[in-house]
Write a protein that binds this ligand. Sequence first.
Ligand code: FE2
Length: 270
Amino acid sequence: MRVLFFGDVFGKSGRQAVKMAIMKLKPEYTPDFIVVNAENAANGKGITPKIVEEFFDMEIDVLTTGNHAWDQQEGHECFTKTGRVLRPANYPDDAPVPGTGVVVVSSRHNPALKLGVILVMGRVFMDPLECPFSCGKKEIKKLHEKGIRNILVDFHGEASSEKQAFTYYVEGDVSAVVGTHSHVQTADERILAGGTAAITDVGMSGCFDSVIGMKKELVIRKFITKMPTRFEPAEGPGGYGAVVIEIDEKTGKAKSILRFRESVLKWEGL
Ligand code: FE2
C-alpha cells in the first residue's frame, strides 16, 4: 500500500499547490491514503471548518497539525467532529484539550486496508508538552495491541536531532516517521534497517518565494529592527513538499520512500 504525505500547508498558496499536486500524483502513485499537515492552512495560522471540508473533498484521509492547532477559534470544533483532524497526542492526560492525537482510518478504496496515524510534538525550541518519546511508544503499543501494524507518525518538531532520535527510538515499530514544522525540506529520506521509512522534514507546501511561508520583507524587518511586526503569508503560486511511502501491508515494513519538492510554476499546462 502507498501513503502520500504533504508537509505543512501554508495559506492559500499551499492549499492550491496541494490540490494540484494531488491531481498530478494520484494517477501515477495511486495512494491508498493521503495525509496532510494542515496547521498553517488558514492564512498561515491554524485551520477553519471550511478549509478542513475543502481538504476532505480532495479525498485527504487525515489532517495533522502541531503548535498552531488552536490559532483559529472557529477551527477548534474540527478536532472533535470527525476524529480525522489530529492535535498532538502528548498533551498531559488531564489537560482539557479537545480531540485526539491518534486515529486509525480505512482506505476509501479498500476498507480492509487500515492505517494508524499518530501526531506528536517535539519539546526542543517548542512549548514543552509531555515527553513525545514515551507518549509515542505508548500510542504505538496500543495500536499494535489492536492489530494495527501500518503506522505513520508525524513528528512535529523544530530540532532535526530530536526528530532523528525519535525515529531511531521507534525504528521497526512503525512504518514511517515523517518530520514537519521546520518548513524546509531535508534530503535525507531513507529506509532504516528495521523497516521504518524516515525523513527529518517533508518541507512546506506554500509560496516558496518567502521566509518559511511569510512575506520575506516583513521577516527581514523584524530581524533587523526587533520591533513588533505583523507577519503576513506570502502570496503567489506555491509549491509542495511531499513523500510517497510504499508499505508492505502484511508486515507494516516500509519498502520505499520517494521525496517531492516542486513548484507549480514548473508544471506544464498551468
Ligand atoms: Fe509548527
